[in-house]
Design a protein around this ligand. Structure first.
Ligand code: 4NP
Length: 154
């Protein structure tokens, strides 16, 4: 079973949404995975996802209200097969934090998506449109990454 960690900055908007979307899609596809999410920053450790994201993800059928934020830690670089970064700065931060003998593959999430965008932009300081855009991109990324896992297992 593959182990996948979604990573953003605060772990209250993008990566918890990616965790919830991917869990739902993987379950529907019958693919058995272990999924978690974490932030490179510690401001929101222990907090539920941002209320705006809970509401908008919920409208699309993804229940993320029970999730709680945590910070990336050293063990993650060994215990997960993939660390999937939501934007380029999360990706760079993970590469900087990574121990030299880490076993996790550190990738940009949207590199698996069928879209032009490479980054899932931080919606925290913006309006509702930013959250919808993030969810659109995450759904594309989740479909692309599921296809990648499916190819890998063949
Ligand atoms: P996220 O968004 O990285 O998608 O969870 C953010 C949430 C909070 C902060 C930054 C980004 N913050 O600085 O508190």
């Amino acid at each position: 079973m593959k182990r996948i960690l979604f990573v953003c900055l605060g772990n209250i908007c993008r990566s918890p949404a990616a965790e919830g979307v991917f869990r739902t899609k993987a379950r529907a596809a019958g693919i058995d995975v272990y999924i978690d999410s974490a932030g490179t920053g510690a401001w929101h450790v222990g907090d539920p996802p941002d209320a705006r994201m809970i509401k908008m993800a919920g409208k699309r059928g993804y229940d993320i209200a029970h999730q709680r934020a945590r910070k990336v830690d050293l063990a993650d670089f060994y215990e997960f097969d993939y660390l999937l970064a939501m934007d380029l700065s999360n990706h760079t931060d993970l590469l900087d934090l990574a121990p030299p003998n880490r076993t996790a593959d550190i990738r940009l999430f949207l590199d698996f998506a069928d879209c032009e965008a490479r980054e899932t932009p931080d919606p925290y300081y913006g309006g509702d449109g930013g959250f919808e855009r993030v969810l659109d991109l995450i759904e594309l990324g989740a479909d692309g990454f599921l296809a990648h896992l499916d190819n890998e297992s063949e």
